[in-house]
Design a binder for this molecule. Structure first.
Ligand SMILES: [Zn+2]
Length: 358
């Protein structure tokens, strides 16, 4: 039996822009939606899936990725929530405590896996993290959640090779900034074409810097890309690089905004698409999955799909007619995708090639 541990930060509702008097798509309803769905589904049985409590992380944990000045900036802004630490980032008086608790849940998820209490884990936390770099933040993120876990596992738990895989619709620019020169961490981000979407970073040409050239991989998915394109990128590049790098653990930055119903992006993953990607990762590696973005009503449904894929149990029926979905996508999407895939293969050839044929 594959055991999957689940953590979530119980105080997440105290990080809410409505406390400052205005709404945001990144709000407490996101986790409420997920927990409500999981409860109604009856999926959490205490055997395959179990909830775990966690203590808050410490400033020391944060400083493995962020600068002291940046941590001070976040503290100062939380004291005066009229100040914002970055573009499209809000803070409230309790945001710092909420973030510490979220990070504690993430570190706990990592420990559940490294101690082999669970094969995989899922930290359902907010605020998200992958747009937060060592000394700056953007896009609803305060601290780099995946990066803080990776450095904790490397520097405290003695791991040597970790992969961070981003499937959020937006490029994982904060994670890239933290690890562009760290060859202990392989970063693979598949995200919507950066000519068309925030944060307008994470291009195919960006592959890290010495001594980690080739260890940051950015695949730009053209708008309307869906299950077949994600699957092709995974099979033709991501899995081959992961096989060669041989990570001891994979951290999955799992945003739900690459979903076909997402209002803030233009991608077409469905329930099947999410399931297949995560199932493939989890069948080869231990995976700690972190909630990133996703701002539509199906977050609960997709969280249950994540759990099913991690545990390797049968997926729920995909309500999207794949034939209709394929027909609705432009031929232009596949052409651009093939072009991007080929450009990326050429760019990465010196580090991870030859690619062979499948
Ligand atoms: Zn996103």
């Amino acid at each position: 039996m594959t055991r999957v541990g689940i953590t979530f930060n119980k105080n997440h509702h105290l990080h809410d822009s409505l406390l400052n008097g205005y709404p945001s798509p990144e709000n407490p309803q996101r986790i409420r939606n997920i927990l409500g769905y999981l409860e109604d589904s009856g999926l959490i049985d205490g055997e395959i899936f179990s909830f775990y409590d966690a203590s808050p992380a410490t400033i020391r944990d944060i400083l493995r990725v962020h600068t002291k000045e940046y941590v001070e900036l976040i503290k100062t802004c939380t004291r005066d929530s009229r100040q914002s630490p970055g573009k499209d980032v809000y803070v409230c008086p309790s945001s710092f405590d909420v973030a510490l608790q979220a990070l504690g849940c993430i570190l706990k998820a990592g420990e559940l896996v490294t101690t082999q209490e669970c094969k995989h884990a899922y930290a359902i936390i907010r605020p998200p993290g992958h747009h937060a770099g060592p000394d700056s933040c953007n896009g609803f993120c305060l601290f780099n959640n995946s990066g803080i876990l990776a450095r904790y596992l490397l520097e405290v738990k003695g791991l040597e090779r970790i992969a961070i895989v981003n499937i959020d619709a937006h490029a994982s620019d904060g994670t890239y900034a933290a690890f562009e020169a760290d060859p202990r961490v392989l970063c693979i981000s598949m995200h919507q074409d950066q000519k068309s979407l925030y944060p307008f970073k994470g291009f195919i040409k960006d592959i890290g810097v010495r001594p980690a050239l080739g260890y940051c991989i950015n695949m730009e998915m053209p708008t309307e890309s869906g299950n077949p394109e994600y699957s092709l990128f995974y099979d033709e590049i991501a899995e081959k690089v992961l096989d060669k790098f041989n990570p001891q653990l994979v951290i999955l930055e799992c945003g739900f905004d690459a979903y076909h119903k997402e209002p803030l992006a233009q991608l077409n993953l469905t329930v099947d698409g999410y399931y297949r990607l995560i199932f493939k990762l989890a069948s080869k590696w231990n995976v700690v999955t972190l909630l990133e973005g996703g701002y539509h009503d199906d977050l609960g449904l997709l969280a249950s799909v994540v759990l099913r894929a991690l545990a390797g149990i049968e997926n729920i029926r995909d309500e999207v007619d794949q034939i209709d979905l394929l027909a609705s996508r432009h031929a232009k999407t596949r052409k651009e995708f093939n072009n991007n895939l080929s450009l990326l293969k050429t760019r990465l050839e010196p580090y991870w090639g030859p690619w062979g044929h499948i």
